[in-house]
Design a protein around this ligand. Structure first.
Ligand code: G
Ligand code: G
Ligand code: MN
Ligand code: NA
Length: 256
């Protein structure tokens, strides 16, 4: 399974779905947004996670139509939620962007079109890019991301600290926030040098006026330590796994 043909067929048959994982404010635990995470709803195999097809989608460039679907679906959903729930006016949607998408000549107009069609405010959208995506073609990235940011879209670095981190690009790409990779979050509260990494990233974000989200938070102890470190937001199984649309809507309704 998972050949290029099957992936193409899945696109044609519209078998992709968007799941939503809550992001919360540490301290209050109030919902601040969702990360959109794609799933393949296979007629025989059921829900297939991205680890099983994202690499192939990247290799074949099929991540472009898949990513375009995720963008439209997630923005449309968030626009609906913002209209339906009076309390959801400040809930944001985070969307992963691959290098291929960044290289697509129609990315900016695609996003503009989606915002226009759905009526979603640009300020509701956070795009997540990895360090490697940014440094792959920095000239193109600077131009494209500059145009997106001019429209009010926010840019976050995903898996921060795991790639070829260069502090200069935080400034160059006018980054709005960092998502601290789970591998570092797992070190919080440890009794050795590794424990110093997360406070350093949080401090960096603060000093540069950026947002900061801890990823993969699984225990109340981690949440407590991160709150003490003044990390603004968190995401992880402690709060919720990525969930289908209706369960996400229930979370907004209760405004966890
Ligand atoms: O739950 P999780 O298994 O959802 O996702 C695994 C990885 O797949 C994530 O780290 C993320 O980088 C990637 N991923 C999930 N959804 C998307 C998407 O819509 N676009 C891209 N480019 N990557 C995604
Ligand atoms: O885009 P990114 O690579 O950050 O995608 C987030 C990935 O991390 C998704 O695969 C998501 O399912 C996963 N994830 C989110 N929270 C947790 C968590 O608390 N523990 C673990 N093990 N994985 C998580
Ligand atoms: Mn992500
Ligand atoms: Na991540």
């Amino acid at each position: 399974l998972r050949t290029q043909m099957q992936l193409r067929e899945a696109i044609v048959r519209q078998q992709f779905e968007v799941y939503y994982q809550p992001i919360v404010a540490l301290g209050s635990c109030r919902l601040t947004g969702f990360e959109a995470l794609v799933r393949w709803n296979h007629p025989k195999r059921g829900i297939i996670g991205p680890v099983e097809f994202i690499a192939l989608a990247e290799e074949t460039g099929l991540i472009v139509p898949i990513g375009q679907f995720v963008l439209r679906e997630a923005c449309s959903q968030m626009a609906t939620w913002r209209r339906r729930y009076a309390d959801a006016g400040d809930v944001s949607i985070s969307i992963n962007l691959s290098g291929h998408q960044l290289g697509s000549p129609t990315l900016v107009t695609d996003i503009e079109q989606v915002l226009e069609d759905t009526g979603l405010a640009a300020s509701a959208v956070k795009l997540e890019l990895t360090e490697s995506t940014l440094i792959d073609d920095p000239t193109t990235a600077t131009r494209i991301l500059g145009r997106l940011r001019d429209r009010g879209i926010k840019l976050y670095i995903d898996d921060f600290g795991t790639g070829y981190s260069s502090l200069s690009y935080l400034h160059r790409f006018a980054i709005d926030g960092l998502k601290i990779d789970k591998s570092f979050v797992d070190m919080v509260g440890r009794d050795d040098r590794k424990a110093a990494i997360v406070p350093s990233i949080v401090g960096l974000a603060h000093n540069l006026g950026m947002g900061v989200v801890a990823e993969g938070v699984e225990t109340p102890q981690q949440a407590r330590e991160l709150t003490l470190l003044d990390c603004a937001e968190a995401q992880g199984y402690l709060y919720s796994r990525p969930v289908p649309r209706d369960q996400a809507a229930a979370l907004i309704e209760r405004r966890i």
